[in-house]
Design a protein around this ligand. Structure first.
Ligand SMILES: [Zn+2]
Length: 292
């Protein structure tokens, strides 16, 4: 963000809302106690995307997407050396939405991000893997440097920036994906990962992956809600073992990637089979029949 000195205050008439600054140290006059507190300013936005902040001036905002709805609050946030303005807007939730598809089941993958019950595979985005590898290399380089040296300081800055980049890209991917899912399916069924981890899953890599999935589940939850749909977490009950075709139990370890049923001849990708079972279990809860 680029700060411009503002002399005329006439343009402040547009939309006035409050702005939260970074936390400040504020001393209580009677007790002498020093606390960190948010500081609020009045702010408004003009037609040329300048955020006008009282006492601070005009700051150009580079919008990543158009503002929709009524702005209630703006938060100014710093990540590394970049500044962000986060606009909280008020919008009405659409009550009568048409969904292209009634429901889906989602199975969490390890190599893949997820598989849907219609067989759609959602890969872990390549750009994310790339920047994660870059981060690992940068961290290794940092660990070899002399702590406190100038080069070490520079490298530490680099590592911090990469950390932020990875987090931002991951969040962006999750937001876009959960948005798409919430617009497509009225019911989205997923396994309750909390229960799954407690009951039967001791596989470390899978547990770590599931932890990341928790954040995604939360996004999906509120996006489905806002869009008039519903995310339902079902109890994981042999979802990857049972045959989606005939319900026969086909025991398999985590390394077995394909479900092969000898009873009915169903051959499916392991996660796809699980996703179908997850959807079936969810539909059972609502007395609904499958879409396809
Ligand atoms: Zn079968």
């Amino acid at each position: 963000m680029h700060v411009i000195k503002l002399k005329k205050h006439k343009i402040y008439s547009l939309n006035i809302y409050t702005i939260w600054d970074e936390k400040r140290h504020v001393k209580n006059k009677t007790t002498g106690e020093v606390k960190r507190r948010d500081v609020r300013y009045a702010a408004s936005l003009d037609e040329s995307n300048h955020l006008l902040i009282s006492k601070l001036g005009a700051v150009y905002v580079n919008f990543h997407r158009p503002l929709e709805g009524k702005v209630k609050q703006v938060t100014i946030k710093r990540q590394g050396h970049r500044w962000f303005a986060i606009f909280s807007v008020e919008r009405h939730v659409n009550e009568t939405v048409e969904f292209p598809v009634q429901s889906t089941g989602i199975d969490v993958g390890i190599q893949k991000f997820a598989v849907l019950s219609d067989g759609t595979t959602i890969e872990n985005p390549k750009f994310l893997l790339k920047v994660e590898r870059k981060l690992k290399r940068a961290q290794k380089k940092l660990s070899r440097m002399k702590k406190g040296s100038n080069n070490w300081k520079k490298q530490r800055q680099k590592v911090q920036q990469l950390h932020i980049k990875v987090a931002n890209q991951r969040r962006d991917f999750l937001h876009k994906l959960s948005y798409r899912l919430s617009k497509t399916y009225k019911f989205v069924f997923v396994e309750d990962l909390m229960i799954r981890n407690m009951v039967k899953n001791r596989h470390l890599a899978k547990s770590i992956h599931d932890a990341g999935w928790g954040a995604f589940g939360n996004m999906l939850d509120y996006k489905c809600n806002n869009n008039g749909g519903k995310l339902v977490r079902i109890k994981p009950h042999y979802t990857s073992q049972d045959c989606s075709g005939c319900k026969a139990r086909v025991r398999k370890s985590l390394s077995v990637r394909t479900h092969v049923c000898k009873s009915c001849g169903t051959i499916l990708d392991r996660d796809h089979n699980a996703a179908i079972n997850i959807e079936a279990a969810g539909l059972g809860l609502f007395d609904l029949s499958p879409t396809a």
